[in-house]
Write a protein of this length. Sequence first.
Length: 86
Amino acid sequence: MSKEEPKVVWALEGYSKADEFLRTECPISREQILQLREVIKPDADDAWMLHCYPVPVEVWSAVDAILRCGPSDPELDYLMGAHAAE
């Protein structure tokens, strides 16, 4: 992993399965992204997890242990990703 952190903001986002609108967002710190790399494997060329990654139900307990985001909502699809910092 490159030692230089990109200028981005990471978040766990929950989108409605019914209409695909963003319903919830949980910020992710740099330290948490390093831990999440062990739970949700990034692509080989995406060390800082800048691409969007689905969060499967099977790993939710590990994600919750890192983020303290609470139980998942069965009506939402969860994705982890980044966008440019302002």
